[in-house]
Design a protein around this ligand. Structure first.
Ligand code: GLC
Length: 477
């Protein structure tokens, strides 16, 4: 973890440098967004918002009044064909969805200000101009890169000719989360996403942004889109990749890039766990060595299965059995397999939380704030029952007095930063061990796994299966 944190710190500084040679060394884009002020709760009015970047596209109507925001939102599915077809097709779908939304809301005659959350790397040119750097995640359109995102949206809107909007801002979803966080908590200075992909944005002092070539007027700060999804694309994180991570990369749409988010984000984490299961099953350690025809299918193990398994609290482990049913594995699965599966789901989740917690703590430390709030969002984060608490625990471990605020589920700030840091941290770890003391005796007949589990090596229990099968020792405290 300390190597990861030191690498992140160095690469952030390189990314802000005014020396192009230095900037070439980093894998972090560190793009200044031109957003200089956050929200303060006085922004009243009706606004449209678009959220494009995951599998679904969302249109929202936000009614902001006296520091409170009420919103209506609708999802419009984007087919895999649209996501890999011409960019104009994506924006035509966006324009059509805006039309359907406004029609449904009886608002076709209104011209509302619109904020566009576009969850891809961009080179911002102004608050409402940004050039697409690359498609990522499940998008692989052959064109669009190098083009202005707002131009593409406005062209699609004028091709239809039946809706009117006033695009006032285009921003990345991490920057959007930072802004949303600042609306409910003015100490918020970091926004992070753990969804299909992952990213982080934060507020930086202009004097630290050496490459900044615009004015230094007040407020002398700017939101930086870090694009940490691509962290490690220069090889700097090779030390923590496992064979499973390398297999994920080799199979992905964007081979050789987006190293960091492939370690834990929603689009990849299900396959990560699936590959470990395949590995154990091929060696006869799970599912009686059977079921590989089902387990071998890419994408068959969804990220939300991990959340479901992690939600299991009843002694019949009903949710985990349901996941096995969805995978078609109930007839080959035993109670031992269920225990191992739960262990693995937890191990993969802890790895995600620790990596994210460690990297967030780098930004918190650099800011030298004594109190800071991190706003987080993204489907994987939102639906996972433990990520928020685990990330908070790791943050409390690495930097005291940090509050993690999950905006989506609870707009109120969780008082975790004020918790005794040891209590918060230990709570998570103790919980983890309680769950897995059960596993200890269940797996006893699997010699390879059982050999790893010694009651005296409590902390190492977390690492056990992961280490032996190629994972780095990420979980040592
Ligand atoms: C990917 C995109 C990034 C986005 C993140 C979360 O990493 O490159 O721009 O913020 O996913 O959606």
């Amino acid at each position: 973890m300390s190597r990861l944190m030191a690498t992140m710190d160095t690469e952030m500084t390189q990314g802000l440098s005014d020396d192009p040679e230095e900037r070439r060394k980093t894998s972090l884009q560190m793009a200044p967004s031109y957003i200089r002020s956050l929200l303060d709760g006085t922004e009243d009015g009706d606004f449209l918002a678009l959220d494009l970047g995951g599998t679904n596209f969302r249109v929202l109507l936000c009614k902001m009044c006296s520091g409170k925001c009420r919103s209506i939102s609708r999802k419009y599915n984007l087919s895999p064909e649209t996501r890999s077809g011409p960019a104009a097709g994506v924006f035509d779908h966006v324009a059509e969805s805006i039309y359907m939304f406004l029609k449904e809301e009886n608002m076709l005659d209104q011209k509302l200000p619109l904020g566009f959350s576009f969850s891809f790397p961009m080179e911002p040119l102004s608050v409402r101009r940004a050039v697409l750097t690359t498609w990522t995640k499940t998008f692989s359109c052959p064109d669009g890169v190098g083009e202005d995102v707002v131009d593409m949206l406005e062209s699609a809107i004028s091709r239809r000719g039946d809706i009117q909007v006033d695009v006032v801002v285009v921003l990345n979803d991490a920057t959007g989360t930072l802004l949303a966080g600042s609306y409910v908590d003015h100490t918020c200075h970091i926004g992070a996403i753990m969804g299909t992909g992952s990213n982080m944005a934060y507020l930086e002092k202009l004097t630290n942004v050496k490459k900044w070539d615009q004015d230094f007027d007040e407020p002398s700060q700017v939101a930086i889109d870090v694009e940490w999804g691509a962290f490690g694309d220069n090889g700097s994180l090779d030390f923590l990749k496992t064979d499973f991570d390398r297999a994920i990369d080799a199979h992905s749409h964007h081979h050789g890039s987006f190293t960091f988010e492939k370690l834990f984000s929603g689009h990849y984490v299900g396959d990560l766990l699936r590959l470990i299961l395949v590995h154990l099953t091929e060696r006869g350690l799970m599912f009686q060595g059977r079921g590989l025809d089902k387990l071998g299918v890419w994408g068959s193990f969804k990220a939300n299965y991990i959340s479901d398994i992690e939600k299991d609290t009843d002694k019949n482990v009903t949710r985990t059995w349901r996941v096995l049913e969805a995978l078609g594995l109930t007839c080959v699965a035993s109670d031992d397999d269920v225990a191992i599966l739960r262990y693995l789901a937890s191990a993969v989740s802890i790895r995600a939380a620790q990596i994210v917690g460690a990297c967030l703590s780098v930004v918190t430390r650099r800011s030298k704030r004594t109190r800071s709030t991190v706003a987080m969002d993204g489907s994987h984060y939102r639906y996972h029952p433990k990520l928020q608490h685990m990330i908070s625990a790791w943050l409390a471990h690495y930097v005291p007095q940090t509050t993690v605020n999950n905006l989506t589920c609870s707009p109120s700030v969780l008082p975790l930063g004020s918790l005794n840091r040891d209590r918060a941290y230990r709570g998570i770890i103790v919980d983890h061990f309680k769950q897995y003391s059960l596993l200890r005796w269940r797996v006893s007949k699997h010699r390879e796994v059982a050999a790893l589990v010694r009651p005296s090596h409590r902390l190492e229990l977390c690492n056990a299966i992961m280490v032996i099968h190629g994972y780095s020792t990420l979980l040592s405290a």
